[in-house]
Design a protein around this ligand. Structure first.
Ligand code: PLP
Length: 367
């Protein structure tokens, strides 16, 4: 069996042909194709405004800046996430405060969140990890009481819903990443969503050198260059056509794993809260001896991936004051990391390959 990659995007002749057509128009920096891409988010996700951006790390940074969050402010982030969520807060000059996560849905532990709010807390970034979320009504209630802004990191959860609303459209600002391994990709890239015209205008200026449009040289505010490109938009528009098929296939893959493996007492799966209709970016399993299983699968040419490494343990923050820890040991996050493994979850995974993976895992536990 040839190597089974943990995750690969679904890219084919459709993107290749379309990008050629767009390049021939000779506008490479964002123009009509990017506008089309942005507008599709407005209609598909029922958000008033959308801004395409060079990547979602910059998107989170822009969201914080739009709220004037910076030096002296605290922003609550989950202990389990891709490090970009935390680094965007540091980029803005604020302090990330590390919150424990829930064992079942891997999202913010709201009891811990309540405890770590301080006078300096200006925003919270719920990360909808692997397409799941916490109780966003509860999160809203707590946050409103303390006037804390909600910025949704929906990088991994495009298409998932909470109470019938799309993740990414529930907080004041939200957004998706289109990095190469995401549900849909533009290589690098992201989209920011908001219902506030004021915030949208501020964020547009932030990505365009402090200008409200291109071609003028009077700059209203301090800005950066986080623009999109027409090539990214061309790929993105084809990817958006494929989104529903990708989500259906990823759910099918997850259901196959669940059906094939849930009889094994050694294995457990993530559990979503009832009001969350998740998407299955990756299919994750939790096992006691994950490193042994990982090696066993590697020998069979099956690639797996660890769950995100806890932020509180990241070497890059060790002996620094860049993050604020609120627990000596984040036991739940550590346990999730020590047991969690992401199985192959690509759109292109074949039935034959998946049967081979499931049989291999069964074989490991029989031994
Ligand atoms: C949860 C999360 N937040 C933020 C990011 C950053 O997005 P990007 O790579 O588009 O900057 C990613 C992915 O890369 C992510 O998975």
């Amino acid at each position: 069996m040839k190597k089974i990659i943990q995750v690969q995007p679904w890219i084919d002749h459709q993107e290749a042909n379309y990008i050629k057509k767009i390049i021939n128009k000779t506008f490479l920096t964002e123009a009509a194709e990017t506008k089309k891409f942005e507008n599709r988010f407005i209609s598909m996700f029922k958000s008033k405004y959308s801004i395409a951006v060079s990547n979602w790390t910059n998107g989170i940074f822009m969201a914080l800046k739009a709220f004037d969050i910076g030096k002296g402010d605290e922003v609550v982030v989950p202990n389990l996430t891709f490090i970009a969520t935390v680094n965007a807060v540091i980029m803005a000059g604020a302090k990330p405060v590390i919150c424990e996560v829930n064992e079942k849905n891997l999202s913010l532990d709201l009891e811990h969140y309540k405890k770590i709010i301080s006078k300096k807390t200006k925003a919270v970034i719920p990360v909808h990890l692997y397409g799941h979320c916490c109780d966003l009504n509860k999160l809203k209630k707590i946050s409103e009481e303390y006037k804390i802004k909600i910025i949704e990191d929906a990088a991994q959860s495009i298409g998932a819903k909470f109470n019938n609303k799309y993740l990414g459209t529930i907080g004041a600002i939200g957004g998706f990443s289109f990095y190469g391994n995401k549900i849909i990709t533009t290589g690098e890239g992201g989209v920011i969503l908001t219902n506030s015209l004021k915030l949208k205008k501020k964020m547009y200026e932030l990505k365009n050198h402090g200008r409200s449009k291109k071609g003028i040289f009077k700059h209203n505010s301090l800005g950066y260059n986080f623009m999109f490109t027409e090539m990214q938009a061309a790929i993105g528009n084809i990817q958006l056509n494929k989104l529903s098929k990708i989500l259906i296939k990823k759910k099918y893959i997850y259901n196959n794993y669940k059906r094939g493996l849930s009889k094994l007492d050694e294995i457990s799966f993530m559990e979503n809260i009832p009001s969350n209709k998740p998407v299955f970016w990756f299919s994750n399993i939790f096992v006691k001896n994950k490193n042994k299983l990982k090696k066993f699968l590697e020998k069979k040419n099956i690639q797996t991936r660890d769950i995100f490494y806890p932020i509180a343990l990241q070497p890059c923050y060790k002996n620094t004051k860049l993050i604020i820890k609120k627990k000596k040991n984040y036991n739940t996050s550590n346990k999730i990391f020590n047991t969690g493994l992401s199985l192959p979850s690509s759109y292109n995974l074949t039935k034959k390959e998946q049967i081979f993976i499931i049989d291999s895992i069964k074989e490991f536990f029989k031994k």
